[in-house]
Design a protein around this ligand. Structure first.
Ligand SMILES: *Cc1c(COP(=O)(O)O)cnc(C)c1O
Length: 217
């Protein structure tokens, strides 16, 4: 299937209410423009400098999401324009984003990345750590941040039931944290090329799909 056909197919298959983030990391601008012409407006990138340079040369109605691990000293590259940062994995990073939001006169939307996979290599908060942080109330003073929900990555495995367990766990955490954050807490980002169907069945309302659209990296 060509890129446009793949996008049309995805749009047909994704339930309404599930937002598609086309993950364009490492792919050239011409490829992004092909997806843009096919109607995609939300793109996800994982490196701040690459994100910034694509933002500068591509159409201004593109909504850019940061999905990869973010270092505090790189927040400045994306703070002026980023629509959503999916991968916030520490209190320190929340503080840094808040500060850059303030400098840019913006409130920046973020998701908290939760570690649900069995691999240690994947980043994110442990649920216990996150509860401690929320209990501390420190996030409430971050006026230039809005916590919109959670993001997670399942274990890279053929075991569909394990993936389902991890996504279900993430959805449970999402539902139980809603009471702490209120109505703006509405986004659950989970699911990629290999597991987005399971993710949607488990409550995802935002999928991050790269290779299915753009081919392998
Ligand atoms: C690369 C990446 C994706 C997309 O992965 P595909 O398997 O190509 O769909 C999704 N989420 C994150 C966090 C990524 O780094």
């Amino acid at each position: 299937m060509g890129l446009k056909e793949q996008i049309d197919e995805l749009k047909k298959t994704l339930p309404s209410g599930v937002t598609l983030v086309a993950v364009s990391k490492t792919h050239p601008e011409e490829k992004i423009m092909e997806a843009y012409e096919a109607g995609v407006r939300i793109f996800g990138e994982s490196r701040p400098q690459e994100l910034k340079s694509k933002y500068e040369s591509l159409p201004k109605d593109i909504r850019w999401h940061m999905i990869g691990h973010l270092q505090t000293n790189k927040v400045k590259y994306i703070a002026p324009f980023v629509e959503l940062i999916h991968s916030v994995d520490s209190a320190k990073l929340l503080d840094a984003i808040n500060k850059e939001g303030w400098k840019n006169g913006r409130i920046i939307d973020v998701l908290l990345e939760i570690h649900v996979a069995e691999e240690d290599s994947k980043s994110g908060w442990n649920y216990g750590e996150l509860l401690d942080y929320i209990t501390s109330g420190n996030h409430k003073v971050l006026a230039n941040i809005r916590i919109r929900g959670l993001m997670g990555i399942a274990t890279f495995t053929e075991d569909q039931e394990q993936i389902r367990r991890e996504f279900t766990q993430l959805n449970d955490i999402f539902l139980s944290l809603k009471k702490n954050f209120g109505k703006d807490f509405d986004t659950l980002s989970m699911g990629m090329t290999s597991d987005w169907k399971i993710a949607v069945e488990c409550g995802s309302n935002m999928v991050r799909i790269g290779s299915l659209i753009f081919g392998s990296r």
